[in-house]
Design a protein around this ligand. Structure first.
Ligand SMILES: [Zn+2]
Ligand SMILES: [Zn+2]
Length: 256
């Protein structure tokens, strides 16, 4: 299984993450923050399924751009998997005919259905995308948000999406021997704990507390570090002296 955190900065330092998109085996995207501009047209055309963890702009910003970019060559609808409140938000605030055309109503050029299809998913209910089994798990964020467990026959990973202190996603990571890595949100440094609590994100310190719930010895790879606080967060993560923890290198393909 291959996972890559797509870049979201075209400025000098590519290791600044403003937006979230994880690309799995070059075929499935989790979130669409930078999906519409971080890949070549050919790479974009390989992606048939997009899972949206929550409606926040940093996870959905370039979804409309992606859909219109791939539209001329689509032979089947782009499938967007999301929970009902997220589907509702995307319909009302993005694909509403004002911010962007409603691609769910626009037929494919070959006439085989609409360009975009929303496929509702329910927290706790596993479903299939190609060879993957995907289980969305509710996490603790400002708006309805799921983390995801993604598995194939041999291996898998967990992505917490945006969350503060939570339980169920760690239990899910403990349950399956196939889980080989966890991608986790750490947004702010410890001195900004108040903002982290208010916006429901981890700091290195609150992550360390929650990691006591993860009983397995798997790599814990940190994403979603706010660009202006990256250096402080990296320093505090290394002070935790937990050998499982490292920051994700943006653009690097993690394979296991
Ligand atoms: Zn969020
Ligand atoms: Zn976010």
């Amino acid at each position: 299984m291959k996972v890559r955190l797509l870049p979201s900065s075209i400025a000098a330092d590519a290791q600044r993450q403003f937006l979230t998109t994880l690309l799995v085996d070059d075929a499935v995207a989790i979130d669409a923050g930078s999906l519409g501009f971080a890949l070549t047209s050919e790479e974009m055309r390989r992606i048939g399924h997009i899972l949206i963890t929550h409606a926040h702009a940093d996870h959905t910003a370039s979804l409309p751009i992606f859909v219109s970019e791939v539209f001329p060559t689509l032979t089947a609808p782009v499938i967007v998997h999301a929970t009902p409140p997220v589907v509702d938000a995307l319909r009302r605030f993005v694909f509403n005919g004002e911010i962007w055309p409603d691609f769910a109503q626009i037929p494919l050029l070959n006439g085989r259905g609409p360009a975009l299809e929303f496929c509702p998913m329910e927290p706790g209910k596993t479903f299939g995308i190609g060879n993957f089994q995907v289980t969305p798990i509710s996490v603790n964020h400002l708006v309805p948000t799921v983390g995801v467990v993604v598995e194939d026959q041999q291996t898998g990973f967990v992505f917490t999406s945006d969350t503060y202190v939570t339980d169920e996603i760690w239990a899910a990571a403990n349950r399956s021997e196939r889980i080989k890595t966890v991608f986790v949100d750490v947004s702010y440094p410890n001195e900004m704990e108040n903002l982290a609590v208010a916006s429901k994100h981890f700091t290195p310190c609150s992550l360390a507390g929650d990691l006591k719930k993860l009983t397995r010895d798997v790599p814990v790879r940190v994403v979603h570090i706010k660009p202006s606080h990256r250096d402080a967060v990296l320093a505090q993560l290394s002070e935790l002296r937990d050998p499982r923890i490292s920051a994700v290198e943006i653009g690097h393909t993690y394979e296991w």
